[in-house]
Each structure stands twice: as C-alpha cells, then as structure tokens.
Design a protein around this ligand. Sequence first.
Ligand SMILES: [Zn+2]
Length: 349
Amino acid sequence: MRALRLHGAKDLRLEEVPEPELRPGTVKIKVEWAGICGTDLHNYTHPMVPDDYIHPLFGEHGPHVQGHEFSGRITAVADDVPDLPVGALVAVEPLMSDGTCPACLRGDYNLCESFGFVGIMGGGGGMSEYVVVPGHRIHLIPEGISAETAALIEPLSVAWHAVRRSGLQPGDSAVVIGAGPIGLGLLMAAKAQGAGFVAVSEVSAARKRLASQFGADAVFDPTRDDVAARVHAAVPGGVRASFEASGAGTPAVQALLGVLAKGGTAITVASGHPAEFDPNALMTTEINYTGSFGYNASDFPGVIEAIRDGRIRPDALVTSRISLEDAQQQGYEALLNHGDAQVKVLVHP
Ligand SMILES: [Zn+2]
C-alpha cells in the first residue's frame, strides 16, 4: 500500500510499504480522510522521535507513517473484538496509553506516563491506505455524519476536553484566544456545552470571519484592540473561562488572564512560545490557571453526539481537500507558508 512516511526534518516520502496485519484486539481500517494539524507541522520541521527510537507501546522504529486525525471504514476485525461491523465508518482515537500507570488507573489516560500517538510515534497513521489500531480506540460514526466530518472529531475532542476541564456552566461567558482549528473548535465546544457570550481574539481576517460564522458573539483583533478592556466592557467583571490556542507567548497569556473574572479559569490548550506571567495575579484573584492535553473517555463520544444533534456543525473548518501525492506541497508546506489562508487540510489516501 502507499504511505506517507517521515524520514527526517521536511523529508516526507510517499512510499510503497506492506499492509499492516490484524493482531488480537485490533481492527483494520481503510482510511477515508486524514487531517493535518499544528502538531504534524511541528513534527515535520522538528521530528519528535528519531528514527532509531522505539516507543514502548508501538515497538517499532521509524520512519513512521504520519497522520493522527483520521476516519475510515473497517475492513477486518480480530476475533476477540466485539461489536465492530466490517464496513462501518469510524473515527480513530489515536492517543495510546499503557493502561497500568496511576493516571491510566484513575481514567486520565491522556496523562499516561508512556502515552503515544498513532501517526507520530509509530503504529501506522492516517496518511496511508490502511491502518491497524486497537478496537477499544475506535468510535462508530452514526448515520448522517460524513467521513470528512468524522476526520474532524479528533481535533474537536481536544477542544471538547479543554472546555470540560474549565468547569464552564450553561450561560457562562468565555474567551478564546486564537482562531485556528483548535480555537474554532473551542468556540464550537463552548457553545455546544451551553456557553453564553463567547468572544474570540484573532489576527487573521479569514479566521476572524470563520469565528463569526461559527457563532462568536464578538471578535477582537489583538493588534488593534485592548482585548482585556473590550471583554470587560462587554462582560462587566470579566468572563468565567478563557482558552489560549494561539501559542503567541506573553501577550496571549496576558490577555488570557486579563479577560477573566475573579475566580475564573484560564486554560492553555496550544503549545507555542514560552511566556512570562506574574503568579501574584493568581493570588489576589483566585484565578485557576491550568492546561489541557488531548482527550479521554467521554470526549470523542461527546463530540460525536454534539455533531449528530447539530450543536456542532464543523464542516466549514475544512478549507482544502487533497490527495496523498499532494500532501507535502499542498498540505504541510502550504500550511507552513500560507497557514492563515487555511484552517483544516484533509488528505484522501
Ligand atoms: Zn498509563
């Protein structure tokens, strides 16, 4: 089969490789669509694992197939995997965990001591014709949701998890900093979980338009607006939750904390530039400042249900659909060089 494998920094090769084989506990999937995300771009320019590294959960060295946001159809199921019919459309939860460490045992498998991502650290990936993954990381997609939409469930689950972690209650107000795929997902997830007023801070004109389209109640431009002042003018006292999805460092963190009401919760969702902040501000305000990583058991199901019942309509996130042959130039390179014009690029292997 054909697979897009990373051989080193900016060295992606479309290669003929053996089809992965079914093992106990797994299902084989023919990939429909695979998305490219910021983590993929970072891995493309600065590979996270050297080729000779063997991840304990995958047991194989590189070069690794890329792509961890993908949907597909089941083509084979191991005898010991229940209730997964051949032909079914599925989304794959690519975050693998050991199931034995303290975090896994309390259900926080996204915080597993030895977590690994299919499509980055081994285990195949979505940028190939077939992939074999554990049956317990498969989510069946209900009728009425397309394979293309199903490929968006992974990044939306990152956002869904962050909004859950914020403790946002119905009617609460929020601010999202950065309107890339994760920021727009945060906006949609906050609204779907019952948020009232949600403001977005974004620089790019195209992404500002998308934020309005996805239901932002206000869109501010941090290069022109004092975002904290504008938010406090709109919501006296400040908002209950704020999310950092821009990776823009100190100015973004200042806005993140500056928009909050006392006792509110700030969450960093995107990785990016390091930032300075003054922890004294947390003492006098009792602001909770934390992070959010990946997703766990209730997040994929929460997103799937929200798409099914129409609370989330994410299809406008997709700005480009390309083939595996074009993935490097029209996907990875285009996102690196003209990223503002794109949100989500989907690859059809
Ligand atoms: Zn673990």
